[in-house]
Design a protein around this ligand. Structure first.
Ligand code: SF4
Length: 171
């Protein structure tokens, strides 16, 4: 059995309340071969929620305590608090790992680019000076990328679970 990002299976778990359905993933779920999970919801974040980027590092550095996140200041009914968001990302990763272990999962198919699920790259905000910072510029998120994993992808990988993007699925 796989663990998959819930948004890839068509569930509206993304920060803006939408999904990024991939038919291959939906079929895995509907045939009982995959468990859909949204780490950010598991971590206690609401949907919709402000989009989050890394202000420094990636999921690995967040787990090690050196990374930072920032978010769009417009928020969605939430006080924009980078430290609270970072804690929620870590909590979601830990809960996702617990679920993966409970189901004996060996491989996760995750949505690349996400601060939680990214498997090959993450979105980042350069020139943050290494500090978590609430960004004022609405609509400028998603413009920067750097190689790395999201917080959940990194934790699963550290715990011996294979993590891959959706392109690893054939057909
Ligand atoms: S945290 Fe993962 S599963 Fe949840 S919406 Fe983001 S990419 Fe999808």
């Amino acid at each position: 059995m796989y663990l998959v990002s819930a948004c890839l299976a068509g569930f509206n778990t993304r920060y803006d309340g939408t999904n990024c359905l991939d038919e291959r993933v939906r079929k895995l779920v509907s045939s009982g071969m995959a468990l859909p999970v949204c780490p950010e919801q598991l971590g206690g974040l609401p949907t919709p929620r402000p989009p989050v980027e890394f202000s420094s590092g990636d999921g690995s550095s967040v787990l090690d305590g050196t990374g930072g996140v920032c978010m769009a200041a417009e928020g969605i009914g939430l006080p924009p608090d980078p430290e609270a968001f970072k804690a929620a990302l870590v909590r979601g990763a830990q809960e996702t790992l617990r679920m993966a272990r409970a189901y004996g999962i060996k491989k996760a198919i995750l949505k690349d680019g996400s601060p939680s699920c990214g498997t090959g790259y993450v979105h980042c905000r350069e020139n943050c000076g290494g500090h978590c910072r609430v960004r004022e510029e609405a609509g400028t998120f998603g413009s920067g990328k750097r190689p790395g994993r999201g917080v959940t992808a990194e934790l699963l990988w550290r715990e011996g679970i294979e993590v891959a993007g959706v392109d690893s699925l054939q057909g």
